[in-house]
Design a protein around this ligand. Structure first.
Ligand code: PFF
Length: 449
């Protein structure tokens, strides 16, 4: 039996989980999702999902991880519910799908850090983005990104992650705050804030079948939920701390950073006269890249620092994804960590090739992960913990003995969360079927009334 690693301290665990949560999901994915889904109404639903669904769902993963001290597939056998290991298997598969596109975007970020030194994107941000985002260059940087991530997991996670996060989170907040101050001086600032913060409920009424699942998907994605990454991280806990406090800190930090990104990006977009969301996956690079280029001084240094911080955030999130797959190979098959890291990183590189060569694949992979796989994985984890895992409340109670929260949590997980995630899945499957067959069941049923 290979000896399992564990976190050195409680703070180590929290930082690692924050490192997993804070990543491209906050800085890259969040702004274009808000843009595409119509702004403040989406933001509101997103916050609802983060706090009322995401936070308790995070505790679901923690309870399985700490209770079993195993990877998401091995966990179920260890705690005596082997039949449920398919839920963990969905997670491990999801990890592949996410990493395949995440690494390509991570490669773009790395390239932008370098391009900030030379100022390559300063003159024509949109032209630069389209020249580097697909093709052999993108493929090369996808490889570079995977090399970083694979390299860290190869050496074992503990020191690398704890160190990276201690440095990364404060620098991202500081740089975003500076950019936010700068953005507030731009002529489009007020329009940007208004669009970002004043919800138009008629948009929600009209587009709820798209806003609801997109907000749920973004909440799961940004909090690293639904694929067992947090089962893996909490399986390395060796003390029984209060999980609710840990979870609240992680959710708080992640949400703070995402919301802050909005305060930077939307003033810039309105100042540029662009339409939020239209930039799609390029929104951050073209929008922010353009704004950095216009900074009154220090644009090169600022761009370098900013993209480096985002790069570190992307790496620390990727580590949690790769580690989830690798820990399964180590726990269940006793495969050497080094062999597993190199093998899985190479497979992910291969899976990412279509994404690097054609951006349509990025959307396909991303939608599949956020709209189908993460909610699906989460649905089964919630079903399991709510209704089948008898020791769940006992596990959550450790470190918070006698707290009423435990009971409230259990019933919240059992009914409302299960129904809402179930609904999200029904809507998403329906949209998929509608897209490929033209048959929209929900629309048909609604038309009856
Ligand atoms: N939460 C990460 C981000 O916001 O970039 C992405 C992610 C990490 C998703 C780990 C899922 C996961 F299991």
């Amino acid at each position: 039996m290979i000896k399992r690693e564990s976190w050195a301290t409680r703070l180590g665990f929290i930082l690692a989980a924050v490192g997993s949560a804070v990543g491209l999901g906050n800085v890259w994915r969040f702004p274009f999702q808000v843009g595409q889904e119509g702004g403040a109404a989406f933001l509101l639903i997103y916050l609802f999902f983060v706090f009322l669904i995401g936070f308790p769902a995070m505790l679901v993963e923690f309870v399985i991880g700490r209770g079993s001290k195993r990877n998401p597939i091995g966990a179920f056998k260890k705690i005596g519910y082997e039949k449920w290991k398919f839920a963990g298997a969905i997670g491990v598969f999801t990890g592949f799908v996410i990493m395949a596109f995440y690494s390509v975007v991570g490669g773009w970020v790395f390239r932008y850090a370098g391009a900030s030194i030379t100022g390559a994107y300063f003159a024509e941000p949109a032209v630069y983005f389209s020249s580097i985002s697909t093709g052999y260059g993108a493929l090369l940087f996808h490889a570079v990104f995977m090399l970083f991530v694979g390299g860290i997991v190869y050496f074992g996670v503990r020191r690398g992650i704890e160190l990276a996060v201690k440095f990364m989170v404060p620098s991202i907040v500081a740089l975003l705050a500076l950019l936010g101050i700068y953005a507030s001086t731009l002529p489009g600032a007020f329009e940007g804030y208004a669009w970002y913060l004043s919800p138009d409920f008629s948009v929600l009424a009209q587009n709820w079948t798209s806003i609801l699942p997109a907000a749920a998907g973004q909440a799961f994605f940004t909090l690293s939920l639904g694929m067992g990454a947090l089962i893996t991280y909490s399986s390395y806990m060796n003390k029984d701390d209060n999980l609710a406090v840990d979870g609240a800190s992680i959710v708080g930090a992640d949400t703070f950073i995402a919301v802050l990104v909005g305060f930077v990006v939307f003033p810039i977009i309105f100042t540029m006269g662009a339409v939020p969301g239209e930039g799609g996956p390029g929104e951050l690079f073209v929008g922010l890249g353009g704004a950095i280029a216009e900074l009154p001084f220090g644009a090169n240094a600022f761009g370098l620092l900013f993209f480096l911080a985002v790069f570190i955030a992307a790496v620390s999130s990727s580590i949690s994804i790769l580690e989830t797959i690798v820990s399964w190979l180590i726990d269940n098959f006793e495969i050497d960590r080094k062999v597993a890291s190199v093998g899985i990183s190479s497979l992910i590189f291969l899976a990412g090739i279509p994404v690097a060569l054609d951006m349509n694949w990025l959307t396909i992979f991303d939608d599949l992960a956020a709209l189908i796989l993460l909610p699906l994985g989460m649905f089964f984890l919630v079903l399991f913990v709510g209704w089948f895992y008898k020791e769940a409340t006992e596990e959550l109670s450790k470190g918070m003995e006698g707290s009423r929260i435990v009971k409230i949590w259990l019933w919240h997980v059992r009914i409302p969360i299960l129904i809402i995630i179930g609904m999200v899945l029904v809507i998403n499957f329906n949209s998929y079927i509608a897209e490929y067959t033209g048959i929209d069941f929900i629309e048909y049923v609604l038309s009856i009334f």
